[in-house]
Design a protein around this ligand. Structure first.
Ligand code: SF4
Length: 372
């Protein structure tokens, strides 16, 4: 696909759009959820919403790892950051996520030891550099990131570092999809399944969508043609009433995923019920370190004690946005009290957040080259 010229791609896109129109029954209202935040951004960048027929709506889902991280977790992160004996290590997009009493950026400005890192493996260097401190890494993310963090924890264990710990809040995508389908509110008619997560888990963990819910799902890549192809796949499944896990990202996603990464995750973690921001507790949707790896769980090894009540930002509708129940611009604070410069909720902070994407690109962002 990469070898196609822009003109070739425009032609393929036109054909896919025609197929979408042919498969869509006029007057039928369909809501397809793009689960992944990177898809949300790609859909805006490629101007796909404006090219789809009336009646097909793309709805953002819970696929932004920073956005779904519960506020209690942020409050714990702040509490660790404020300890004299701790150096907190984190990816940069966590700094501005609101906690009950400010964010990590505020804490850093006030003198807390917070290191922004770009790869989890940098915690090894921090562990060596600050032997008298406890290094606490904010271990959040979906299956894609979990595999890398698991490899990091193994490396810490192999090196024998005893001052490196992990504040774990990993989230698993398939249980979240099940929870969305079990909720009484909202309408979802198919899932554009996340490309990066599927590289790790493969196709099988989504099979319950077809078997138990007769719900179309299709793994999608991130360029316009891959996303349009996945939408065609969803429509075709609906039309034929033959449901399966579609894969329009076969060049990258193997049916069985990445067995080595899955084995590593299985060695280090066990599933637990976990809380998602604004959504609540979803059964078996998180992971906890198990066996000998519990020694790296900061909550077990360096307990915080009482940290005070968690108070969510007033009026923020992140939970409803993440469940696809409202569009970001239907939140009363969107673009008024809540902007990219002054975010109220996590969904406006992260680059993968639905509110941030809607704020940056807007509903009317045009297509790049595919005008019909
Ligand atoms: S616009 Fe702001 S306040 Fe509203 S849901 Fe999004 S992040 Fe929360």
């Amino acid at each position: 696909m990469n070898k196609l010229t822009i003109d070739d791609k425009a032609q393929v896109a036109k054909e896919l759009l025609k197929e979408i129109r042919d498969l869509h029954t006029k007057g039928e209202s369909l809501r397809f959820m793009e689960v992944c935040g990177t898809h949300t951004v790609a859909i805006f960048r490629e101007g796909l919403r404006s090219l789809l027929p009336d009646g097909i709506e793309l709805v953002s889902g819970p696929g932004c790892p920073v956005c779904v991280t519960d506020q209690v977790y942020m409050d714990k992160a702040l509490a660790y950051a404020k300890r004299e004996d701790v150096v907190l290590a984190t990816f940069g997009d966590m700094l501005k996520i609101p906690g009950t009493e400010g964010n990590l950026w505020d804490a850093k400005t006030a003198g807390a030891s917070i290191e922004v890192i770009y790869s989890p493996f940098e915690v090894l260097e921090l562990g060596r550099k600050y032997p008298d401190k406890k290094i606490v890494f904010l271990a959040i993310g979906f299956e894609t990131t979990i595999a890398v963090i698991a490899a990091t924890i193994k490396a810490v264990a192999q090196e024998g570092l005893t001052n490196v710990f992990f504040l774990v809040s990993h989230k698993l995508v398939p249980p979240a999809l099940k929870a969305l389908l079990d909720q009484k509110e909202g309408q979802i008619d198919g899932f554009l399944l996340p490309g990066h997560v599927s590289v790790i888990i493969g196709e099988k963990p989504y099979q319950f969508l077809a078997d138990d819910y007769h719900m179309p799902g299709c793994i999608a890549g991130f360029d316009g043609i891959e996303i349009l192809s996945a939408i065609v796949d969803l429509l075709r499944q609906r039309k034929t009433q033959h449901f399966y896990v579609g894969n329009q990202y076969k060049s990258v996603v193997a049916p069985k995923g990445n067995p080595q990464a899955l084995a590593l995750m299985d060695e280090l973690y066990e599933p637990i019920d976990d809380t998602w921001r604004g959504i609540g507790t979803i059964p078996k949707s998180g992971l906890a370190l198990k066996g000998p790896y519990v020694q790296f769980d900061v909550e077990k090894q360096v307990p915080l004690g009482h940290i005070g009540p968690t108070i969510p930002p007033k009026g923020c509708q992140c939970g409803r946005v993440l469940q696809g129940l409202i569009r970001p611009d239907q939140c009363p604070l969107f673009g008024k009290a809540c902007t990219a410069d002054h975010p109220v909720g996590a969904c406006m902070v992260s680059v993968e957040g639905a509110c941030a994407a809607w704020y940056k690109y807007g509903r009317s962002s045009g297509g790049l080259v595919w005008e019909e």
